[in-house]
Design a protein around this ligand. Sequence first.
Ligand code: FAD
Length: 557
Amino acid sequence: MNQEKYDVAILGSGIAGSTLAAILGRQGFRVLLLEKGTHPRFAVGEAMQPQSSMLMWILGHRFDVPEITNISSTDRILANVTKNCGVKKTFGFLYHEEGKRQDIAQSHLLVPPATPLVSESHLFRQDIDHYLCKAAIKYGADYRDKTDVQDIAFNDDGVVLRTTAGEEFQARYLVDGSGHKSLVAQKFGLREGAPELRTQSRTIFTHMKGFRRYDDTLRPDEQLGLSRGWYEGTLHHMIDGGWFWIIRFDNVPGSESDLTSVGLTLDMRKYPERGIPPEQEFNEIVARFPSIATHLEGGVAVRPWVGTGRLQFSARDSAGPRCFLMSHANGFIDALYSRGMINTFEQIHALAPRLMQALRDDDFSPERFDYPRRLQSAMIMDNDRMVFNSFRAFATFPTWNAWLRLWLMNIIFGDLRMFRICLKFLMTGDKAVFESLDADPLPLSTAPGESLVEDLYRHGDETFDRWEAGEITAEEASAAIFQNLGESNLPPIHPWSDPEACHLDFLPEKLGQMIGWGMTAASPDIARMFDFDPSVLAKLAPQPEPVPEPEAVPAMA
Ligand SMILES: Cc1cc2nc3c(=O)[nH]c(=O)nc-3n(C[C@H](O)[C@H](O)[C@H](O)COP(=O)(O)OP(=O)(O)OC[C@H]3O[C@@H](n4cnc5c(N)ncnc54)[C@H](O)[C@@H]3O)c2cc1C
């Protein structure tokens, strides 16, 4: 038995385990970080969202770890972390019908507002995870790689971990960041009795190089003329029963990568598993959609193709005695809309301060972790509703066109929730503002009439239930959602209820319009989020601040 007793043992040095280890180490706790494999290693989870960027910004500032803040902007990543990084300045969604050239009228290009605070990236995860692991070591975490924990035993004082090599480690608390095969979930049977999830999807993916920009496959009359193009962000090809992701790492000056992450996620209700090699299945489906085939022509896979079974899993609880499951050990829905890292980082934000207080008080009673538990469960169920309805929507363009607007509402107000906290911190320098993030109503927790976004979702979900039950047609379902949008008090930056107004270029003047509406005309649940001084934005310097490179990772434990 290793004689040292750690405050916290963390299983898994992925983006979750390493980020938490860096935070706890920086705050003076004794951390043991155990990794079954070794860095650098391949990982999926590459596209960020404004919320995941802002959460990294918040975590870095709240807990004084500038290396975490570095992940919150492409410039900072390129300057301090790795030259293998892409940019996500747009969200592109192209709807395809089998056997036909893509109709550009059936597409959505969304350009979020640029702010000097954060920017979104395509993370080449093997470099990002390695960098964060090095940061954890720099702040004192005891890191052991090639260490496969086989068994865990809890006692009144903590936990004892036993590895396949026969080593034993002890800690006062255990955090499981080991992903879906979580030892803690197995030990406590947490997968049994977990809530039923509606989404049923599986995925096929690889990294490729050698195919063209989507913009270069378009005719002049198909160019949109927005401030940015398809190539500059995460591109999605949607088909009835699935969606493709195209996440380029080569789409920004300063990147030295020539790679693109490519994946296809399939609704198992329409595409049951066929038992054929993933590459063959991918190519067969691509061949049915001429514009996707043209886009990917010349692409060569540079790593083995992966084909998964059903992606969804969850847990009936995320805490046990002296242990907690991180987001990806607790549950997962689907890569659509890049929710994984948002959930991961928000969970760390909720867990870290409570864990630190429990360690100081030597009191790990479950009530102390009540909020992170409820948050975790709410995020999974909310994400399930979002993704399940998206797969339903893919059946026709009108239903997809309607549902996408609801997702956009969720994003706009979800981003605002974080943005407001960042601005308030910049205005006051007071870290207490970060705590207020935990006071917001959880998804799915409000009664009708209390939350604009929740009401829109509930209506959309019920409308699609009626459509699936055969009570209304797809066109009627779509029309009902557009009508509801038209009757709702929404920011006047876009004709939300006009099915033909598909693209949204969030130019700076729209940000001003949105803030003006929020401060004067929004419903109370929305208006409360406009309690910041927007002039603080003008004072921000957009330059990346270099941070010294952390120490090298020891090769072995
Ligand atoms: C196909 C797919 C695509 C995705 N795309 C996106 C996206 O575009 N955007 C997004 O935000 N999210 C995405 N996600 C989600 C994202 O991947 C996760 O949120 C994120 O990777 C979770 O990080 P993690 O550190 O918790 O887990 P992981 O990255 O899985 O790391 C777990 C670590 O634990 C180690 N480990 C496992 N078992 C043990 C053990 N017994 N002992 C010690 N160590 C162990 C592993 O070796 C690994 O290093 C995607 C997920 C999938 C499945």
